[in-house]
Design a protein around this ligand. Structure first.
Ligand code: ZN
Length: 259
């Protein structure tokens, strides 16, 4: 089975379409949240996802648009974009976002936008925060987004959860061990071993790792393989659409640089 995993589309239809065209054949489509916010085409992105049978969970921007989160918690640009999105959102799109459960478990895989502990808000940037997260889900693999940074966190449990190792004593055995942050190599298929993983595909619509190309993940849960991918899209076309509706200039500029 081949899953196409996308996250943080952020109303960027040009980027989403480039990903869908580049991904080849896939069996299931999973979206890890923040389908809206920042970009110019929120309804179109929801409609595009809805053309395919897919699983989706919400992100902080999706909840901000629904007024499930206080926009005071967002930075000024994100707030402005969020208010704009709120006004644009069709009844169909709103109902779509309202229906999303904050996490999903599919077989041996957990989907959470930020982290399995705090699915909407927590950022897993470093191995230290990722390590703690392993106690908060029970599947082998958890897929997250939110940071817009592609990464693979690999957890190696202590030899014994009751051992007197520095890590072990008295801790939840699911979190007793070491965590490594591995940088994915674009286009290289990786066979996952028997350890547990938290994997971030990166962002489709607003990459922040210095590479402006749209990021996504191909994942085969049966063969246990993953492949991080990038694809160019028409950034200027997206920027033009953003300018036309007066979205924040900094959010327009950043797309060309991937930050
Ligand atoms: Zn996001």
């Amino acid at each position: 089975m081949r899953a196409l995993v996308v996250s943080d589309i952020h109303s960027n239809l040009d980027a989403l379409d480039a990903v869908l065209a580049d991904a080849g054949q896939w069996d299931v489509l999973w979206s890890l949240g923040d389908v809206v916010g920042y970009g110019p085409q929120p309804n179109e992105c929801i409609a595009r996802l809805s053309e395919h049978e897919h699983l989706a969970i919400p992100g902080n921007h999706d909840w901000g648009v629904l007024e499930k989160l206080d926009l005071a918690e967002f930075n000024a640009d994100a707030r402005q974009a969020n208010l704009w999105t709120r006004n644009q959102l069709s009844a169909v799109s709103r109902a779509y976002l309202e229906a999303l459960a904050s996490t999903r478990v599919e077989g041996d895989v957990t989907l959470a936008h930020g982290s399995p502990r705090y699915p909407i808000w927590e950022y897993l940037i470093y191995a230290s925060s990722a390590r703690v997260s392993f106690a908060h889900f029970h599947t082998s693999i958890c897929l997250v987004g939110h940071t817009h940074l592609p990464v693979i966190f690999r957890f190696m449990p202590s030899a014994s959860s009751t051992s007197d190792s520095r890590e072990g004593r008295g801790q939840n055995p699911l979190a007793s061990g070491q965590c490594q942050a591995l940088q994915p190599v674009e286009g290289r298929e990786v066979l996952l071993d028997q350890q547990r993983y938290i994997i971030n595909p990166g962002s489709v619509g607003q990459p922040r790792d210095g590479d402006p190309r749209a990021a996504y993940l191909l994942f085969d849960p049966e063969r246990k393989t993953i492949e991080h991918r990038r694809v160019v899209y028409d950034i200027e076309a997206t920027q033009k659409k953003m300018r036309r509706v007066d979205l924040p200039p900094r959010q327009i500029a950043r797309l060309a640089h991937g930050w």
